[in-house]
Write a protein that binds this ligand. Structure first.
Ligand SMILES: NC(=O)c1ccc[n+]([C@@H]2O[C@H](COP(=O)([O-])OP(=O)(O)OC[C@H]3O[C@@H](n4cnc5c(N)ncnc54)[C@H](OP(=O)(O)O)[C@@H]3O)[C@@H](O)[C@H]2O)c1
Length: 430
């Protein structure tokens, strides 16, 4: 039996998917049993490769309503019409494969509830970390573990920018402009550099890792715009690098919160497995009991890598339909129905790095020490560069592990010091 796919979108990812089906030799033996029967696009006026023009339409509703279609593959992106088309496909009893992190992170609850009711699959390997098979690993291969922590470099654009800044000492703005020119960053880079894309992906990964749904608005998020070449220089001097990390870990909070989840630029020691992930590469480190540590790395975006994940999902659905046509394979679903109780950021306990500009006067270090001491913040390292410019001295401190609340209170006290000029950067340390 041949299974018919309705492909919504024939851009970067859709074209990558079509090309795999055009050239099945040496790939999975189920590929010839799968037929891309219809393709939906926004405009028929574009030149298309990898697909016969007679199956391409601008009427995407007709595809999700077509009784002949078994699996709808949504690779158009954005919230609408993607979300409505996915829900309509499910309502019509079709299985769905999507690469759309934005829709899943925001509307996953509605989509999975509808899929459960209809007994259909919704697969999303490509929605987080592109070609890295981390979702399948969380659903299946690591099923015997109690996951305690998931940490990831899940956004290639910011990792490219921070890698260039680290290796070339370049500034953020110049590196972003170059990344835009090379096509690694969008014209509007907000989703990437301000951490929204990473938060979408962490919501998806953490839900799978910890078994409870994560609300996007509960994820603490900071982007990388404040990082300067000075911070990169100090990080090097102290034996660290700076990465935009997504961090999710199980905690036992006083207020029955069970999960800590945040996205922010992080100083990580050079010997950490994520420190050597450079350029657009993504990586995810998972800690579990009893496995210990596993690290996945690879291409998080691009036509081939993302299509690799989408096609794997299609194959999984077809294999499940062939082997158990009237049942749902439990290993392919989303078991979570409750929401995780996320600990407030103030409860986080971590080390901090702060770069301060002070007036170059005697007694400054003493003032800082007193302010940190007052709020129980012990220091691990302190670096002072006298007179960096305009009579200002630059002081860098790295704290011991302290509560976020105490640290922020100390910083508020320091902001009141007459000897302080400004605090350009505060970073958390892994
Ligand atoms: N690109 C990557 O490396 C990557 C990696 C991981 C995940 N993803 C996800 O994959 C999805 C697709 O990304 P992409 O890079 O392939 O996007 P893309 O290159 O912009 O392609 C989007 C496709 O969808 C069609 N489309 C968009 N809006 C439409 C609408 N309102 N009605 C009908 N057709 C519409 C476009 O039609 P036209 O061709 O007529 O314009 C185009 O064929 C997104 O959710 C993205 O987040 C992408």
């Amino acid at each position: 039996m041949t299974y018919k796919v309705g492909l919504l979108g024939l851009g970067t990812v859709g074209t990558g998917v079509a090309k795999i089906f055009q050239d099945p030799n040496g790939r999975h033996p189920l590929l010839p049993d799968i037929d891309i029967a219809r393709v939906g696009v926004r405009s028929l006026n574009k030149q298309r490769e990898a697909i016969a023009s007679n199956i391409v339409t601008e009427d995407l509703e007709a595809i999700v309503n077509d009784p002949a279609i078994d699996i709808v593959v949504e690779v158009i992106g954005g919230i609408e019409p993607a979300k409505s088309l996915i829900l309509k496909a499910i309502a019509n009893g079709k299985h769905v494969v999507t690469a759309n992190k934005a829709v899943i992170a925001r509307h996953g609850h509605e989509i999975f509830a509808a899929a459960k009711e209809k007994g259909v699959y919704v697969m999303l390997e490509a929605a987080a970390c592109g070609g890295i098979p981390v979702i399948q690993a969380l659903k299946q291969s690591l099923g015997g573990n109690r996951i305690t922590e998931l940490t990831g470099i899940v956004n290639g654009t910011t990792n490219y920018i921070l890698s260039r800044m680290y290796f070339e000492g370049a500034d953020f703005d110049a590196t972003l402009a170059e990344a835009q020119q090379l096509g690694y960053a969008e014209a509007d880079p907000t989703a990437d550099v301000d951490g929204y894309d990473a938060a979408d992906k962490m919501a998806i990964l953490a839900s799978l890792a910890f078994g409870d749904r994560v609300k996007l608005e509960d994820i603490y998020r900071e982007g990388i715009r404040s990082i300067t070449s000075a911070d990169i220089g100090y990080a090097k001097e102290l034996g660290f690098t700076i990465k935009l990390l997504g961090i999710a870990r199980r905690v036992e909070g006083k207020d029955d919160s069970n999960l800590e989840i945040r996205v922010h630029p992080t100083m990580i020691p050079l010997q950490h497995p994520l420190a050597n992930i450079h350029g657009v590469t993504n990586a995810v480190r998972i800690e579990g009991d009893p496995i210990g540590e596993v690290v996945f790395s690879g291409p998080g975006a691009g036509a081939g890598a993302t299509a690799s994940a989408v096609v794997a999902d299609i194959i999984n659905v077809v294999a499940a339909l062939k082997s158990m046509p009237n049942q749902v394979n439990q290993l392919m679903g989303y078991p979570h129905e409750n929401y995780a109780k996320i600990a407030p950021i103030a409860n986080t306990v971590t080390q901090f790095y702060a770069r301060l500009l002070t007036h170059d006067k005697s007694g400054v270090i003493g003032d800082l020490g007193t302010a940190f001491g007052k709020h129980c913040v012990s220091l691990n390292a302190i670096l002072q560069k006298t007179t960096v410019h305009d009579g200002l001295a630059e002081i860098v401190v790295v704290t011991q592990r302290v509560s976020e609340l105490n640290f922020q209170q100390a910083i508020a006290t320091i902001r009141e010091l007459p000897t302080l000029h400004s605090i350009p950067t505060v970073l958390r340390v892994l």
